[in-house]
Design a protein around this ligand. Sequence first.
Ligand code: SF4
Length: 342
Amino acid sequence: MVTADPVTPNLLPPGPVAQAPGAILDWYAAHQRDLPWRRPQATPWAVLVSEIMLQQTPVARVLPVYAAWLARWPTPASLAASPAGDAVRAWGRLGYPRRAIRLHATAQALVERHGGEVPASADALRALPGIGSYTAAAVASFAFGQRHVVLDTNVRRVLARLVSGRELPSPSMSAAERRLAESLLPEQPAVAARWSVAVMELGALVCTAVRPRCASCPVAASCAWRRAGHPAGGGPRRSQKYAGTDRQCRGRLLAVLRDCAGPVPGSQLEAAWADQLQRSRALDGLVADGLVDPLPDGRFALPGTHPIPGTPAPPAKPALRARPALPAKPALPAKPALPAKH
Ligand code: SF4
């Protein structure tokens, strides 16, 4: 959420930082990782899947699940035709499994509203279930080469240090922060898209949350935080405790269901977590989130994987409209000419 700020300062300071886009783009051309969702052949659907999986999950853990997911469901229609429980099972241990349910719902909405294609419009993307402003901007930028401000954790950290001289951005995004990002965004859409991914990569590889590698940074000379002597800003926020939480309990229960081919009795879930009160609370939460189906005979199943007597059959899948021709993925120049203002 963007919070309002009372003043509207000119946040792009004059001087060397205005050269940052060129320096970071050059660095990216030389140092970018070869990640499957960045390759030219990555479809908009593949980009969307990667964006959902990468939320709160490191690249190394996403890579194998992403590859298996797209091998099994190369299009939204193929995922929409599977039970939601298959998506939960394939999500494995990526964490925050509600993302699997949301991705399944997104696939169904793409079939119903967009003929099985990912729309290029950020507004149409934002209207899909589970797609927020960040993901819509990221998919429109990275899949369709459009000009949007894409502010993830890495980008926010880099800009906070480089321009604002602070170790970390504020917990909630401000309108001023968006204006700063907008002011640095190159004008040409394809260059802007490349700039966004380049800053992300700099944040992931060099300007890391802990022990940034300033000696290897392409914008070290103009970095406000470095020039100020790296003043402490409270340090990285501590990660949340996991052991013993309801979240861990949910993960254990869901793992039992994922690891079984069919429904499981309650006694099998009891063996996975000893605390009865916490287990009941976690199970209720999983059911409420649509991640688990309680069956009339007392067993539990992944959603949509086991028929429930007395419940209406799922609606027939909508017929796909004729597939519109996909727009060609814009070529991203290796060393783009930047607008004069940068
Ligand atoms: S000089 Fe250091 S702190 Fe500044 S942007 Fe580069 S890596 Fe980050």
